[in-house]
Design a protein around this ligand. Structure first.
Ligand code: ADP
Ligand code: ZN
Ligand code: ZN
Length: 724
């Protein structure tokens, strides 16, 4: 028999199938990991196919040396998924297969955890000297308790007595594998009676297609997810549920754990290597039947899926933007199709792309328009910061926010202050009239680049001089930059010296469990203020939070991206959803320099549909996704001359696509990337915006073109989230 093997190596030249002979006595199966001779070395590979004949000269083939383990680590579904991803994203086969296994397993670093136990050997009758008191005690102990761990016996009676008994054959040793399970706060959850809308939602999700669950914050989506999963478990099926950043949403985990116990396995980057490996094995063996985790949990080794759920489906983190690049939605759709099960996308603020699909009938829309506990959505008050400046207040906080904060503190309640810090780019804004510098061609905000003191457009590469005076009102008070969390905390401490003020951002949460510590501390602080970035926007359910302050809502509005407005809408809706979740009414104070921007009107009325219609209109007129596709072909190499030549070569071919696909290419140009050098690699790019009908074909042709670039990393990014 012969095997087709993929070598577990990154080199592009090795990205193909190699043939090996399977020795007669080797119980090889498809999907198994093997050790094979390669050149002068032995390396690891994967069997992706077994066959009776070979395509190559048999006498030249080498034999598989050994099997890594006696089971197929890669299941048939995953082999098909590999093919799908290779075709769709042009990824190397080995790099896809790696996604399917915990890295610990590939590197062989983590050993399974065993404990040793002893019991009496009943087949023999061994005399123990009367002087060996400890040994006699052990025998008596084991007569009573049947079996005990080595550690416990040694603790009670001493290690040497245990050892002596074992050597005599009086006791038997056995090893038991134990799974390391990640710990987290479990909490008793209240069992709720589902309302009519929730029941209807659950009943609707029945076919093998994609559903979009649009439910306002607090509408009880989590209950819907849990009940759907329960239903599938009762049919002997399994489930995957994805959440954007699991470390930020310990509550969801606690809920699931108390409902489903050890049927749940957790897969995310915050686990230790051993924990991740054990959770993976519990899923692989079928002991655990629900995989919950961030993006990579979509590759969980579960068979017989009954449902796949993607919570907060609009989140950027579902798109992998470093190698291997993939979109979790695509992978989820593949697995749902393969298992003939429903895919449920849930969000309070669906992405424009997904909602467009629901509108055109590709997804089925399900709506939960009110909060499950009957509470009103918190009122959002918009404060014009330019007006504050005119009144002589040029500080970070408006007088409205300060007086509302004082109220919260008097009532011994809590507030969250949200600082909008998407990415690190900054834009130029006139402090007097609110003017923002934009690209003359693309109508997106320009980004300030410190290294060459210029403003740049991230879509077309056009550069502009830094402004020293506002073209709209003539003011010289025109600046770039953003407020940071530290500064906000500092000022708050000055104003409210006796109040507990906590900070949550990248700096304060770099250590393990730091999130949880801060959140716990906040929970117990009455009154208390939590200042944070995006991290505090999601999921949290604090019953005493009655006020949310958004310091500078515009920060993401003028990011340099066609999705800026959409993101602003999503973020503000998310953070606002943190207020007034329990008995007290909640309020949101939203500070902005652009109070008349349409996004604020819609967001303060919780009018997602109105927002969507407006946004859809703008995107359609401006030819942005989902009405077109943006493709970035990114070249990166440590040799700048090489990468520049390569870019030219590819661009000469790419430009011919304009003739091949007349009227389909809205825009195409070659340029340096906004960040010219990253991790010691020079970055160049071809940017395209293409119409949809031929977008797939153009993508395929681009893949063919860049394949010439064998030595370098060349990536195709589709509707990239980040254009730096
Ligand atoms: P979402 O995920 O849609 O933001 P959650 O699932 O977190 O909302 O639910 C918000 C709150 O409403 C939770 O405290 C939850 O226990 C409660 N809840 C959910 N369903 C019901 C229901 N049918 N009746 C009463 N309370 C409910
Ligand atoms: Zn101005
Ligand atoms: Zn531009």
């Amino acid at each position: 028999m012969y095997a087709e093997v993929i070598i577990d190596q990154d080199a592009k030249a090795l990205d193909k199938v190699f043939e090996y002979i399977v020795p007669n006595d080797m119980p090889a199966k498809t999907g198994m990991r093997v050790i094979v001779p390669f050149g002068v070395r032995m390396i690891q590979g994967f069997i992706i196919k077994l066959k009776d004949t070979c395509d190559y000269e048999p006498s030249k083939l080498k034999k598989i040396q050994s099997l890594v383990e006696d089971f197929s680590a890669i299941k048939p579904e995953m082999l098909e998924l590999m093919q799908f991803m290779a075709e769709k994203y042009h990824l190397k086969l080995a790099s896809i297969l790696r996604l399917f296994l915990p890295s610990e397993m590939r590197e062989g670093k983590v050993k399974e955890l065993f404990i040793t136990k002893y019991s009496l050997n009943k087949d023999v009758n061994i005399q123990i000297s009367k002087n060996a008191k400890k040994q006699i005690e052990i025998v008596e102990y084991l007569r009573e308790n049947e079996i005990e761990t080595s550690a416990k016996l040694s603790e009670l009676f001493g290690g040497s007595a245990v050892k002596a008994l074992f050597e005599k054959g009086a006791i038997l040793k056995q090893k038991e594998q134990i799974a390391r399970e990640p710990s987290f706060d479990s909490q008793s959850i209240k069992k709720v009676n589902l309302n009519q809308l929730q029941l209807k939602a659950i009943n609707t999700v029945s076919e093998d297609k994609t559903y979009l669950l649009h439910g306002v914050t607090g509408s009880g989506k989590t209950e819907v997810y849990m009940n759907l999963i329960e239903r599938e478990l009762s049919k002997d099926k399994n489930a995957i549920m994805l959440v954007p950043e699991i470390s930020l949403t310990p509550q969801i985990m606690a809920n699931f754990k108390s409902r489903f116990g050890n049927k749940v396995a957790l897969l995310h980057s915050g686990l230790s290597a051993g924990e991740r490996f054990d959770e993976w094995k519990r899923l692989f063996s079928g002991q655990a039947r629900i995989a919950i985790g961030a993006r990579s949990a979509i590759f969980a080794p579960i068979e017989n899926l009954g449902i796949i759920i993607i919570d907060e489906e609009h989140e950027q983190s579902y798109i992998s933007e470093s190698n291997p690049r993939y979109n979790t939605h695509d992978v989820a759709k593949f697995r749902a199709r393969y298992n003939a099960c429903p895919l449920l996308l849930g969000s309070a603020t669906p992405s424009v792309e997904s909602y467009e699909k629901a509108k055109s009938g590709i997804y089925q829309l399900i709506e939960l328009p009110v909060r499950a506990n009957g509470r009103e959505m918190p009122k959002i008050q918009i404060v014009d910061m330019l007006g504050e400046i005119r009144l002589g207040n040029s500080g970070i906080f408006s007088s409205q926010l300060l007086s509302d904060l004082a109220n919260v503190i008097n009532n011994k309640k809590q507030a969250m202050i949200f600082i909008n810090r998407r990415g690190y780019a900054s834009f130029m804004r006139c402090r007097d009239c609110g003017y923002i510098a934009k690209c003359s061609d693309c109508d997106v905000s320009l980004v300030y680049h410190r290294e060459d003191n210029r403003l740049k457009c991230h879509y077309c590469g056009k550069q502009f001089r830094v402004l020293d005076r506002c073209p709209q009102c003539g003011s010289e008070n025109i600046k770039h930059g953003a407020v940071g969390t530290e500064k906000v905390v500092g000022e708050l401490k000055n104003i409210f010296p006796d109040v507990k003020i906590l900070r949550m951002d990248n700096d304060t949460t770099s250590t393990k469990n730091a999130h949880q510590k801060i959140l716990n501390e906040f929970k117990n602080s009455l009154p208390g203020i939590l200042v944070g970035t995006q991290m505090i926007a999601k999921g949290h359910d604090f019953e005493n939070v009655t006020l949310v302050g958004i310091v500078d809502a515009d920060q993401s509005l003028y990011q340099t991206d066609y999705r800026s407005t959409e993101r602003t809408f999503q973020l503000i809706t998310q953070v606002s959803g943190r207020a007034g979740r329990s008995q007290e009414e909640g309020k949101v104070v939203l500070q902005t320099y652009a109070p008349r921007h349409y996004v604020y009107k819609f967001v303060s009325n919780y009018d997602y549909k109105g927002f969507f219609r407006k946004e859809e209109n703008i995107r359609e007129t401006a030819n942005f996704p989902p009405f077109s596709r943006i493709i970035r072909v990114l070249f990166a190499d440590s040799d700048e001359n090489y990468v520049r030549d390569l870019l030219k070569l590819c661009y000469n071919d790419a430009i011919k696509l304009k003739e091949k696909y007349p009227d389909q290419i809205i825009y195409m140009d070659a340029m340096k990337s906004p960040i010219k050098r990253m991790q010691n690699k020079y970055r160049y790019q071809i940017m395209l915006r293409v119409k949809l009908p031929q977008a797939d074909a153009i993508e395929r042709d681009l893949f063919d073109i860049v394949d010439k670039a064998s030595k370098t990393s060349v990536f195709l990014e589709i509707n990239p989230q980040n254009l730096s």
